[in-house]
Structures are given as structure tokens and as C-alpha cells.
Ligand binder design. Structure first.
Ligand SMILES: Nc1ncnc2c1ncn2[C@@H]1O[C@H](COP(=O)(O)OP(=O)(O)O)[C@@H](O)[C@H]1O
Ligand SMILES: [Mg+2]
Length: 221
């Protein structure tokens, strides 16, 4: 599903020298696999995920989804590729405060041309699976952190993305809520998605089909 080859990325501080973050990252993730990337804070995990998900361009290297070299696409086509293939779960849940839980989830279907009633049924089924369907009409500020992350997870997977990218998905959660999110990620992989989780927490590797460490800008087995 995902093949990344030779990813290189630096950031340039204003007026300063470029700071290398990724120095040649290779990664292959097949459908059905859950890959965990662990590494210290500042090691480039979020950068890697943004590059893999086409939110940021690498300086060099190639990203292929299925058989499409998406890193070579023009910007607008990259956005479409992201919409078609990728679901993101962020550490900060990024729910819109003026929308209810269910409305936040259904946002993901807005630009897909999907049947609204069908999307709503799927959204409710997901909220039920994650144990928050009773909160569907609540606004984000009325939800606990764990509930917000569950809702954000439902939004990320509403369109059944074949590639699911999760950045510290349990970073703001207690152990019980973190376990719910990890179970849900594993269940997506069992359903055939390629899942990449990055975290500074070693527990992120539990149940992963492969674990890598990001150190010095490269992935180590
Ligand atoms: N937009 C940016 N501009 C400049 N430097 C950045 C930017 N984003 C990240 N960095 C730097 O890149 C390095 C890796 O950051 P990040 O990918 O967020 O690491 P991690 O997620 O592993 O904590 C850090 O040194 C960080 O300061
Ligand atoms: Mg990070």
C-alpha cells in the first residue's frame, strides 16, 4: 500500500543552517500491517508522518501509494490523493468546536460525494464501536480527552482509508483510553488497512507487525 524510498527532509531556521530531520528513510507498509515507529521527542516522527501523508513535501525521495507515485503529483492532485487514500489521527484531536461529535465525524464525508444517509449510518456505527455513540450530539468542549480522541478516530476512518497514519494517538490519554485507541488501530489493520503509528511511548509497539526506531534521521529495525 505504502512504499517510501530515500526520504530526506531538512528545516531551515530563518537565516540559519538547514537542520536535517530525515536523512534517507525507507519504509514499506502493506495492507493488514500495523507498523510502529518509536523515537525520542524531536527525532522527526511527526515530520515523517506529515511527509508520508503528503501534508509536507520531502526534499528528496519518493512515496508510492498502491502503484501511484504520489510524491511526484502536482499539489492539487496530492490533496486528492490524500483524500482518497489517507486517514490521519493527530495527538491534538482537531475537532471543530462549533460542531457536535457526529457532525465532526461526518465532516470527513463532505467532499467525497458519498451518500449522506449511508455516511451517517457508518458514522454512528463507528461511534458505537468506539463506545461514544451516547455522546454524538455533544460538542467537543463537553467531552473528555478520551472521548474527543475516539470521535477524532471515527472521523479519520469514516471513509475507510487504506492508509491510516496516527501521530501520538494516545499522547493525551490515560491508559484505559489509550488502549481503546490502540485496539481500534489494530482492528483497522485486521480489516486490511496499512497503519503507521508514531509515538515516543514504547507501548505503541504492542501488537505491531513491525517496529522501527527513528534515530539520527534514519529508521532502524
Ligand atoms: N516547521 C518546522 N520548522 C522548523 N523546524 C521544525 C519544523 N517542524 C519540526 N521541526 C524540527 O524538526 C525536528 C523534528 O521534529 P518532529 O518531527 O516534530 O519530531 P517528533 O515528532 O519526533 O517529536 C525538531 O528538531 C523540530 O524542532
Ligand atoms: Mg511529534
Amino acid at each position: 500500500m505504502l512504499r517510501a524510498t530515500g526520504l530526506v527532509k531538512s528545516y531551515r531556521a530563518p537565516g540559519g543552517e538547514p537542520i536535517p530531520v530525515l536523512r534517507g528513510v525507507d519504509l514499506v507498509v502493506k495492507g493488514g500491517e500495523l507498523v510502529a515507529v518509536v523515537g525520542q521527542s524531536g527525532s522527526g516522527k511527526s515530520t515523517l508522518l506529515c511527509v508520508l501523508g503528503l501534508l509536507e513535501d520531502a526534499d528528496a525521495g519518493e512515496i508510492v501509494y498502491e502503484n501511484v507515485c504520489v510524491s511526484a503529483l502536482p499539489r492539487s492532485a496530492k490533496s486528492r490523493a490524500r483524500g482518497r487514500w489517507v486517514g490521519f489521527v493527530f495527538q491534538s484531536f482537531l475537532l471543530l468546536p462549533s460542531l457536535t461529535a457526529l457532525e465532526n465525524v461526518l465532516l470527513a464525508a463532505r467532499y467525497t460525494g458519498r451518500d449522506r444517509a449511508e455516511a451517517r449510518r457508518r458514522g454512528l456505527a463507528l461511534l458505537d464501536e468506539l463506545g461514544v455513540v451516547g455522546r454524538k450530539d455533544h460538542y467537543p468542549q463537553e467531552l473528555s480527552g478520551g472521548e474527543q480522541q475516539r470521535v477524532a478516530f471515527c472521523r479519520a476512518v469514516l471513509n475507510d482509508p487504506p492508509l491510516l497514519l496516527a501521530d501520538e494517538p494516545t499522547g493525551n490519554l490515560d491508559d484505559a483510553n489509550g488502549a481503546v485507541i490502540f485496539d481500534a488501530l489494530r482492528s483497522r489493520a485486521r480489516a486490511g488497512a496499512a497503519v503507521v503509528v508514531v509515538s515516543h511511548r514504547p507501548e505503541a509497539a504492542t501488537g505491531a507487525t513491525a517496529v522501527y526506531r527513528l534515530r539520527g534521521g534514519v529508521l532502524e529495525a
